[in-house]
Ligand binder design. Sequence first.
Ligand code: ZN
Length: 204
Amino acid sequence: MNTTSPGPDSAPMRIPARSGVAVQLAKGMTIKVINTHGHQVVDTWAFNQDDIGESMSMEHSRTSMLKLVPKVGDTLLTNHRRAILTLVEDTTPGVHDTLIAACDRHRYAQLGVVGYHDNCTDNLAAALARLGLKPQETPCPLNLFMNVPVRGNGQLGFAQPVSQAGQYVALRAEMDLIIVMSACPQDVTAVNGMMPTDAHYSII
Ligand SMILES: [Zn+2]
């Protein structure tokens, strides 16, 4: 597995391929999520550190942003409509997704996979369990680097990420929070270029 240092920051930490990590961020801290190899989707959630029932919500964020995809300067909201993360830098072409549910065991069964398949929903639960926490549900993630073309007639598609190796987004915490990032193990559709890989993160 390639763990080459991916980006401009020192000591980036690894999000191992097909798995997830949870990181506590104090208000005002910024995290860079790095697409180390350029074609890896990172499902991203954020939870109020003091109340795991309050979490970043794509539907509440879209209502506020009036956009399908956040751009630099946009703030993502919780299900209580409070600011939780702001996108402060994006060196990718800006293609991300807020529409598609996290993959889960049911999705892989639907796709014809027999037996267990790693999935972002279980990665979220496992990452939070390492902090002694249990999510009440699996909120729709901010799917960083995910390329879901929206056509003029409303038709959606699944395409490979357009980001390049080492490109990243930077997200600033607007409250004390727990951010969870899953290097999506989807290898049945094209969303990770058919080859899930590591990603990295660094905290500023
Ligand atoms: Zn996934």
